[in-house]
Design a binder for this molecule. Sequence first.
Ligand code: MF3
Ligand code: CO
Ligand code: CO
Length: 262
Amino acid sequence: MAISIKTPDEVQSMRVACRLASEVLDFITPHVQPGITTGELDRLCHDYMVNVQGTIPAPLNYCPPGHTPYPSSICTSVNHQVCHGIPGTRVLKGGDIVNIDITVIKEGFHGDTSRMYLVGEPSKQAQRLCRITYEAMWLGIREVRPGSHLGDIGHTIQVFAENAGYSVVREFCGHGIGRNFHEDPQVLHYGRKGTGVVLRPGMIFTIEPMINAGRREIRQLADGWTIVTADHSLSAQWEHTVLVTDSGYEVLTLSEGAPPPP
Ligand code: MF3
Ligand code: CO
Ligand code: CO
């Protein structure tokens, strides 16, 4: 699949979808408290998307090759869960860290973003992992400009995360996005400067590093979706959808409640 260059009209539609995705995270923020189940978070987000926003939750029944249909409207990945955690009966408790990943479809366009939430007061190490992962994502975003390479993004994230003593998950990456949930290019969160696709204005893709406190190896649970760290170390992830502009980048998945850039 070729990398699509979005027209000005398509960019405007993506701005709308992406802001809505971020607003789902704003909406759910006050609910992420000890005692709530991940299934309740899913139901609250689902109802907000469908009934308040008039958006479609893209994960629900999403069925990429080699997978069973994803059964929920959001992903909730707790502690050593890396990504694609399926919401259910798990009760959040003080000290947990949880990633909530939202993808909405509005008028045919996808917006994709995730944040880490601290439940109660997690350990200093857990908080540091979440902060470093946030900074890693933003360092990657700041590499985005016409003429730079995808490898510049991956390299910057990898060097920063590894210098902090962490590892970068290799099996999952950022992705082009638009009328499709996952489009070319693949945006690796590791790599070498000056390698890979050259960025051009109008490209839209996500940057969504998964950073492990321990080793980078992962496993998939028997549910066919949930990814965990093989060594059970903590994992964190943040995600934004980003447009390549004529002069640099525009982060599309921003809203009032989005944390400020570091
Ligand atoms: N939102 C995830 C991403 O950032 C993909 C989730 S696929 C699902 O690419 F089926 F698990 F929802
Ligand atoms: Co994504
Ligand atoms: Co996502």
